[in-house]
Design a protein around this ligand. Sequence first.
Ligand code: C5P
Length: 241
Amino acid sequence: MPAEEKIHPLILALDTHDLQEAREFLAPLRSMLRYVKVGRRLWALGGVPFLKEISSQGFDIFLDLKLHDIPNTVAGAVDALSDLGLWALTLHAAGGRKMLEAAVSARDDADSEMVLLGVSVLTSLDQPAWETVCPGSVLTEAIKSRTRLCADCSMDGLVCSPLDLGMVRETAGEELITVVPGVRPWKVNDDQKRSATPAEAIRNGADYLVVGRPIIQSDDPLGAVSDIFIQMEEGFRCRKR
Ligand code: C5P
């Protein structure tokens, strides 16, 4: 597939076992994929040098650290990460208004264009699991209030489940870009509880999809990516908005 077709807003969650596996995995995908999400495991193994290495291969890096700490500590981390040329960074919206505002200020003070994304509620949590974290609280209300908070704090976007997209748009309109994990191109039984297909997620208004294991664990990763692209195109054709 020619490089000019790197247009699909698909983010590969590069959740491989180690750096070498990640390198081997990415090499054949260079011409197809633009966005790569690095999570805590590869960050712990490879740190900044690994980010620079894959960025030099033409990938836009989404560093998924889900920062969640007191405002001063988060601001310090955002400041340190702001000049790495990252495409995006995640923070937990549960960290509250002051933490999110401190992150946005740190990014702006550093004159960085890094996109700041709030994580509303993990897509691995459903209502029963949420009850154990926040007894008496309704999951959907938490998602709405965290969505509003992210918009009010001038965050750029939100990470949310494909099933939350309608609610997110109702709450924040077009103020926030939506980055959507919990995408399952085919039926599997794993830890993602609030999932949908790529076509459904795009049709419901997702701006970017995040997919990991369905690609990483596939016997044919290139075929899996192509399949997801086809499903995304179908979603764009049937888009509600
Ligand atoms: O393998 P899978 O497609 O489930 O990968 C989803 C990725 O998105 C994982 O790297 C996970 O850490 C991340 N993520 C998520 N739910 C969130 C935020 C990020 O699954 N709310």
